[in-house]
Design a binder for this molecule. Structure first.
Ligand SMILES: [Zn+2]
Length: 488
């Protein structure tokens, strides 16, 4: 008995030692650089004024192509040409899919794969009514109290203009990149449009395999639930997307003599069955790396759990499941979004349908989702269909720590010293998803600072960016472009 106790006791000590040693191996904050970062000086008021002007072009994307107004896009292109003459003097620019713009700045070494910088010109609509809730009109481009206000300042004219400010400065300096730099500005990202897709197909057709693609989708966050301090979230993967339509059919007729199976009843059972059969929710390697990177922000026991996911995975993922974002990171999500049924309160509809939107985790394919839904519904009379053109498989996972990731991390370290750098999975969709036909290394990151409270401004009210944060973003893009052009 005593010997057994000794063995168990020794085992427990060994386990504790392993847990603690592993905990000590993570949770190290990034070292603050002792050298002064090599940043350009930026006239913050002037760059802010340019973004404010860009906001005034109502480059609004519309769900129905018939509502699309090209005039603001054409005017915006003219303005870009006038505002950034040094850039346009050095690049070859072509219009793709009518209003998307691709500019190529040829590198001196044709053997080096190019880097593609993406941003989109279009914005989602915003109400201009006096009682809309906007503190400043969304398309006036107001600069007030240290902020540039308006639709698109964060999503995504902020990126587009900051890239242009940086590239124009670099071009004016006489810089000749070794590596070709490509700038691709789609015109209909917000409606899952064709612009960026056409550009990606064009690159493929020309045999161009980029070293990396940089797009929106990640930023530097502050005051987030998992980390209060600044964290540069570099999106190394993007979830897939598919919307399934489920249709139930039954006899129509007068509601005084209903059949046992009604269209609405059968459809409702199907919706309940799908929601009752969630997809697996587990910590994958990307999320594990993210947790490791943000561990310095955690308590000792938080770090202990993260350092020993082999033992504590259920506990850590259980905690993540308490938030909507956490659940979305761990697995494929299910969201019924539209229901159609009925036309008269005393008549039975012959048909009832629902659209269910799924965001696919990397462990599921569109085919898996359809099979999962079919199994959950378990009713051969429910028709399941989807628009083939609309679905996207989950993206490949880009390199983490090495290759282009190291280049980005280096820039973040120099421009934002002391910032934690963490890989991230992008839960929404970006234009960059189309580029997985030409490269695996896609990074969704814009060097702007987002406070937790700013997320509601994306596609929401009072979208704005701080003048200083924007200027800092220009410095970051300059360094990114300069190093991209020199990197071998
Ligand atoms: Zn966007």
């Amino acid at each position: 008995m005593k010997r057994i106790l000794l063995v168990v006791g020794a085992g427990a000590l060994v386990l504790i030692a392993i847990l603690v040693v592993r905990t000590g191996q993570i949770g190290v904050a990034p070292p603050a650089s002792t050298q002064k970062p090599p940043l350009i000086s930026v006239n913050a008021q002037q760059t802010a004024a340019h973004l404010a002007q860009a906001v005034q072009f109502r480059t609004i994307s519309t769900q129905d192509p018939a509502d699309f107004d090209p005039a603001p896009f054409i005017a915006f292109h003219h303005w870009l040409g006038e505002t950034y003459p040094n850039f346009y003097a050095r690049v070859q620019t072509e219009m793709v899919d009518s209003y998307s713009q691709m500019s190529v700045w040829p590198g001196s070494d044709a053997s080096l794969a190019p880097i593609v910088f993406l941003a989109h010109q279009d914005v989602v609509p915003a109400s201009e009514a006096a009682d809309s809730g906007w503190q400043k009109p969304p398309f006036d481009g107001v600069i007030d109290n240290g902020f540039i206000w308006g639709r698109g300042t964060l999503d995504d004219k902020g990126s587009l203009i900051a890239i242009m400010e940086a590239a124009d400065r670099l071009a004016a300096s006489g810089f000749v990149p070794k590596r070709t730099l490509i700038f691709a500005f789609g015109h209909n990202e917000e409606v899952l449009g064709s612009g960026a897709k056409t550009i990606a197909q064009l690159l493929k057709k020309r045999g161009i395999k980029p070293y990396a693609v940089i797009d929106e989708g990640g930023a530097i966050t502050t005051n987030m639930p998992d980390a209060a301090g600044p964290v540069a979230r570099i999106g190394v993967a993007e979830k897939g997307y598919v919307t399934l339509k489920l249709t139930a059919r039954a006899d129509g007729g007068h509601s005084s003599t209903p059949p046992t199976r009604t269209a609405i009843g059968a459809l409702s059972r199907a919706i309940v069955a799908i929601e009752a059969a969630p997809f697996a929710q587990k910590i994958d390697p990307v999320i594990a790396k993210m947790l490791h990177a943000t561990a310095p922000e955690q308590s000792f026991f938080g770090r202990l759990a993260i350092a020993n996911l082999w033992l504590f995975e259920p506990m850590v993922s259980g905690k993540m499941k308490n938030s909507k974002t956490g659940r979305a990171m761990l697995g494929t999500t299910i969201a019924p979004t539209i229901v159609h049924a009925g036309f008269k309160e005393n008549a039975l509809p012959r048909e009832a349908s629902v659209y269910v939107n799924f965001r696919l985790h990397a462990r599921d394919t569109i085919e898996d989702v359809i099979a999962h839904v079919r199994g959950a519904v378990n009713d051969p009379d429910i028709e399941i269909s989807f628009d083939e053109g609309q679905g996207t498989e989950p993206s490949p996972v880009s390199q983490i720590g090495t290759g282009p990731y190291a280049w980005l991390a280096g820039v973040v370290g120099d421009v934002f010293p002391g910032t934690i750098i963490a890989p991230n999975v992008v839960l929404g969709g970006t234009d960059s998803r189309y580029f997985s036909i030409v490269t695996d290394d896609i990074y969704r990151f814009a060097p702007f600072t987002f406070d937790a409270a700013d997320f509601g401004r994306l596609h929401g009210l009072n979208e704005r960016i701080a003048v200083d944060d924007f200027a800092r973003g220009v410095q970051a893009y300059y360094l990114m472009l300069e190093r991209a052009g020199k990197m071998l």
